[in-house]
Design a protein around this ligand. Structure first.
Ligand code: FAD
Length: 484
């Protein structure tokens, strides 16, 4: 065999965010030589911590993400869970008085977890860097990629350009992926991008003082708090340091209309009155007028790969609005699914006849499998935008949730609530949605049949005992007439 035939495969991963760093660990564990390129400086250095301000600092981690962390076998799941806050229910703050109503996420007591984004990223980078076949290149901004010749070009810290060649290129460089745009110049990739009119701004709620003078949470920490107000909403997720990170989601036009501190306070008094003393007036004004306004975009791409040369993963392949708390979870699941498929195709990072055997077939299989799931969760996240802002307080929604919950606790396999399938299982998203549609059909049939049966029985009973009932009905009608 020649040297070329024996050469170890090199994978170049662009973006050392959450998904890129986890993917580096998986590839390193399979024996690839991993080059990980990140445009930002090393986030673990104290001088760079301040630059994180305003970027959503905590995320809801659920089963799909946990499963991908668990599968590394490095104990990452336990480490991150120790530093997380479990959220077992939504706490809906209803109406002008902000009356609180707790809505459990699962009848079986399952919960999602509020985790610190930066801590998770640091942990993944630490784990990746510990592996001898991983090299991390910070301050490397991808500017060009020639996917036919496997050439990557970066602008580095001193402004000069550096080129690298890798056998497989992975774009984990987020929603505005440079690698994706470079791939699109070469191949027929379908691409769909949609901004919503809602933007977001982060506000921080500091710890409160407990009766013993020690810091404590200002709100119940085991809840994801929501103030739904139809066209806008406020949410708050707990942090392990007893603070909450609040995010105000609102149409850009409304953000623009709040120009003065008085207008801001009036808006909060009208809509989120209970949050004002907890956030603090000064801090609220400071955050609202100084923190950046984020925009929210859905991005769908298909396919996710080009031959055996390039692949996009995480937000680079499927950005979604954050209302199902699934962006990162889905990206982590991408990594797990990719490596299960590489296993299935017996792909080893060794060149035989100038090729890595099975790689092209595996990547074909990956796009075939994952694109439909990515599209499904993008659509579902958009649907949840409506549910969180409005439906959570509607009687119909609450009745349906209650009914689903009851049937699920009696017959756990017959009816599984959608939220449970998405957040507490690893069932492919597209299958979860198909199942949900079938369940909805049967639930509607059951509810309609029950209503018809009840009405028929009532009519029959009413007819049989009409002599007793009629006087009562007449006197009720007379009473009502007198009232008006
Ligand atoms: P990113 O986190 O965007 O990382 C991309 C990395 O690539 C970055 O480090 C970036 O610096 C680097 N990069 C970019 N361009 C280049 C380049 N040209 N060269 C080199 N490097 C580059 N998800 C959840 O699962 N649960 C939640 O509760 C949740 N809440 C959210 C709340 C908000 C307000 C938002 C906006 C998102 C939320 N998400 C949530 C989604 C989640 O943040 C993303 O899905 C996740 O961060 C995607 O990870 P990623 O690694 O694919 O991309």
């Amino acid at each position: 065999m020649s040297n070329e035939q024996q050469r170890q495969g090199v994978v170049g991963i662009v973006g050392a965010g959450l998904v890129g760093a986890l993917n580096a660990i998986y590839f390193a564990q399979r024996g690839w030589k991993v080059e990980l390129y990140e445009l930002r400086p090393d986030m673990r250095l104290p001088i760079h911590r301040e630059s994180r301000r305003g970027r959503s600092i905590n995320l809801a981690l659920s089963e799909r993400g946990l499963s991908a962390l668990r599968c590394t076998g490095l104990g990452l799941e336990d480490i991150i869970l120790k530093a997380s806050v479990p959220m077992k229910a939504r706490m809906v703050h209803i109406g002008k008085q902000c009356t609180q109503m707790s809505q459990q996420y699962s009848v079986n007591g399952e919960h999602i977890n509020a985790v610190d984004r930066a801590r998770l990223n640091e942990l993944l980078l630490d784990a990746a860097e510990k592996m001898e076949n991983v090299t991390v290149h910070f301050e490397h901004r991808l500017t060009q990629a020639d996917i036919e010749t496997n050439k990557l070009e970066f602008v580095v810290a001193d402004g000069t350009t550096k080129s690298y060649y890798t056998d497989l290129i992975i774009g984990a460089d987020g929603a505005y992926s440079k690698l994706r745009s470079q791939m699109m110049r070469r191949m027929r990739m379908d691409y769909d991008q949609e901004y919503i009119d809602t933007g977001y701004c982060e506000l921080s709620m500091p710890p409160a003082k407990g009766p013993d003078g020690k810091p404590t949470f200002a709100l119940d920490p085991n809840h994801l708090h929501i103030w739904p107000r139809h066209t806008f909403m406020l949410i708050a997720l707990p942090n392990p340091d007893f603070s909450f990170t609040c995010t105000l989601f609102m149409p850009f036009k409304m953000f623009d209309e709040i120009k003065t501190e008085d207008q801001l306070m009036h808006f909060f008094r009208e809509n989120f009155i209970d949050s004002i003393p907890l956030i603090g007036e000064e801090s609220l004004k400071l955050d609202f007028f100084n923190n950046p306004r984020g925009s929210l975009v859905t991005i769908k791409a298909s396919p996710h790969h080009y031959q055996d040369k390039a692949l996009i993963i995480g937000d680079a392949a499927h950005a979604m609005v954050p209302f199902y708390g699934q962006g990162m979870n889905c990206g982590f699941q991408d990594v797990q699914v990719l490596h299960e498929i590489l296993d299935r195709h017996n792909v080893h990072p060794v060149f035989v006849d100038n090729k890595i055997r099975g790689l092209k077939e595996a990547l074909d299989d990956y796009s075939e499998t994952r694109v439909k799931d990515a599209h499904a969760i993008c659509d579902l996240a958009m649907y949840n935008h409506y549910e969180m802002r409005s439906a959570v307080t509607s009687m119909r929604y609450l009745a349906r949730r209650k009914l689903e919950g009851i049937i699920h606790s009696w017959f756990p396999r017959l009816i599984i609530p959608l939220y449970t399938m998405v957040s507490f299982t690893t069932l492919p998203y597209s299958q979860a949605i198909d199942r949900w549609h079938r369940q909805t059909h049967w639930l509607n049939v059951a509810m309609f049949s029950t209503a018809v049966a009840t009405a028929s029985v009532m009519t029959a009973v009413g007819f049989k005992y009409r002599d007793q009932f009629l006087p009562t009905v007449r006197s009720a009608v007379d009473t009502i007439k007198h009232l008006f």
